[in-house]
Design a protein around this ligand. Structure first.
Ligand SMILES: Nc1ncnc2c1ncn2[C@@H]1O[C@H](COP(=O)(O)OP(=O)(O)OP(=O)(O)O)[C@@H](O)[C@H]1O
Ligand SMILES: [Mg+2]
Length: 239
């Protein structure tokens, strides 16, 4: 894969996030709705992967499975070589906190905390020393150009600013992988482009892989790889 520097050739062979034979169905009265149908996936370190698919095709469900937020019916999810599926609740929480970052369509900032506190939160939950956590959070806020909004709470931030805070929060632990569900879905075109550029810049600096669910075909085209979900499986994205 020519997108990756040669020095990382070895790392390319490893998956920072991997799933095998992953399935999920939901009960609908007497029937079962199969949403994810035996999916396999390997995301390489630093790779940027777009997941496309129509509304209701299972994109969010897949991200929830990959993040260990939802239990699958079959299959395994491995994160940085650790088996998320076979971990107990506290091990999962630790893997999620140390290795993964999450960005949602509607940011999910904690409304009672300011921007700086929100960004520091994953480090504090991971038992980092508060002084260090706040120092790192300040650096992250600076890199998303929001240090001047550090004391603002969610209600005092614009939609785009909230997303930038959410991205800073997702990256503050320098996770191996960030799962982002339509991170620019509620933003105008220019703000969305800025957010994607930011994610790319930060990812380059920290070698973070991204799995980004999006409806934005042009954005998907600009990433390393894209996959489309149809009937619970990945299809040729150009179909
Ligand atoms: N907890 C649940 N119980 C029953 N059905 C569910 C549940 N969660 C999701 N579904 C169904 O699974 C399908 C996939 O949902 P999902 O949220 O993954 O879609 P999506 O691709 O993210 O859609 P969108 O682009 O609209 O966000 C939908 O048909 C939805 O109705
Ligand atoms: Mg969704």
């Amino acid at each position: 894969m020519s997108e990756f520097p040669e020095s990382e050739a070895k790392a390319e062979t490893e998956c920072v996030l991997e799933c095998k034979n992953l399935s999920k169905s939901f009960r609908q009265g007497p029937e079962r709705l199969v949403v994810i149908d035996h999916i396999n996936l390997c995301v390489k370190p630093g790779e940027h992967l777009a997941i496309l698919g129509r509304s209701g095709s299972g994109k969010s469900t897949l991200l929830h499975l990959l993040g260990g937020l939802t239990d699958s019916d079959t299959g395994q999810v491995m994160v940085g070589g650790q088996n998320l599926t076979q971990s107990n609740a506290s091990q999962r929480a630790r893997i999620r906190n140390k290795k993964m970052g999450f960005v949602y369509q509607f940011h999910h900032l904690l409304p009672e905390f300011n921007a700086l506190e929100n960004v520091a939160m994953p480090l504090l939950l991971g038992n980092a020393k508060p002084k260090l956590a706040y120092q790192r959070a300040e650096e992250m806020l600076e890199s998303v150009d929001l240090l001047n909004r550090a004391k603002h709470r969610q209600a005092e931030l614009s939609g785009g600013e909230r997303q930038r805070v959410a991205i800073a929060r997702a990256l503050v632990t320098q996770p191996k992988i960030v799962l982002a569900d339509e991170p620019t879905g509620n933003l105008d075109g220019e703000s969305a482009a800025q957010i994607f550029q930011l994610m790319r810049d930060l990812s380059e600096r920290c070698q973070t892989a991204f799995v980004i669910v999006t409806h934005d075909e042009a954005m998907a085209e600009s990433l390393h790889r894209k996959l489309r979900i149809v009937d619970g499986r990945f299809t040729d994205p150009n179909d």
